[in-house]
Design a protein around this ligand. Structure first.
Ligand SMILES: Nc1ncnc2c1ncn2[C@@H]1O[C@H](COP(=O)(O)OP(=O)(O)OP(=O)(O)O)[C@@H](O)[C@H]1O
Ligand SMILES: NC(=O)c1ccc[n+]([C@@H]2O[C@H](CO)[C@@H](O)[C@H]2O)c1
Length: 218
């Protein structure tokens, strides 16, 4: 993540499967990175009465159509048009004496499945935990709408696998060559000096072991 600090404007993403630890990681990064904003994909769930019920009888929370991704994209664009104004409006303490570095973290479970956002990244991360660990963590969670019995195996896990397969098929999977990744645009600081664009590195996959220690994968 330290590469982001060398850039003028950096956008990074912290997606993972459900309960992969992205909120925990994001909160930790927020504490240590200057001028850092976060946008949570979960804040863009549509109202409950707009969530479709599938043939399996489950409310389809884990599909892209259950999220207002246009609204999320607009929020990202608001940050892009003025990171400083966005940070102030969201209560982030803007450090004027530091370099004019601004960082946006997008945190969510379906970030790589919405093309307009996929095209905006400058760093990508994907956290995974094994099935058993994921199922156990999920069983301890209480969402605004509690999971009905069988939701994990009947809907959550199959959708995770489906979208992950699609990501891979679309070339968004981890471990792709550098040339497939676009660098962020150059950025000028407040004195008009061109800042070095971020060094483009391949997306990083962090696989979390059963007790959550992360190791780079692939
Ligand atoms: N490194 C870790 N080791 C062990 N447990 C962890 C670790 N990181 C997160 N957890 C636990 O896993 C659970 C899910 O964590 P977190 O909320 O950060 O995941 P998430 O990916 O944001 O989940 P969701 O998709 O539901 O929003 C929490 O109970 C958290 O305490
Ligand atoms: N945040 C919510 O309102 C909500 C409601 C029902 C289910 N979920 C779950 O959140 C996860 C993503 O963080 C998905 O797996 C949803 O099932 C969220």
């Amino acid at each position: 993540m330290e590469d982001c600090l060398a850039t003028g404007v950096a956008r990074t993403r912290c997606p993972s499967m459900t309960n992969g630890g992205k909120t925990t990681l994001t909160n930790s990064l927020l504490k240590s990175l200057p001028n850092c904003c976060v946008i949570h994909q979960d804040d863009f769930f549509k109202p409950q009465d707009q969530i479709a019920v599938g043939e399996d009888g489950f409310k389809q929370w884990d599909v892209l159509e259950s999220l207002d991704m246009e609204a999320m994209l607009s929020t990202v664009q608001a940050w892009m048009s003025s990171p400083r104004k966005f940070a102030r409006a969201h209560g982030v303490n803007v450090q004027l004496d530091a370099s004019d570095t601004h960082i946006l973290i997008l945190e969510g479970f379906l970030l790589y499945s919405y093309k307009p956002l996929v095209d905006l990244y400058s760093r990508r991360y994907f956290l995974t935990v094994p099935y058993e660990e994921c199922k156990w963590r999920r069983s301890t969670r209480r969402y605004m709408v509690p999971d009905p019995p069988g939701l994990f195996d009947g809907h959550v896990w199959p959708m995770y696998q489906k979208y992950k397969r699609e990501m891979e098929a679309n070339g968004v999977e981890v471990g792709k060559s550098l040339s497939k990744m676009r660098p962020a645009p150059p950025h000028w600081d407040h004195l008009g000096n061109l800042k070095v664009p971020p060094r483009v590195s391949p997306p990083v996959s962090l696989a979390l072991g059963p007790r959550g220690w992360s190791v780079p994968a692939g």
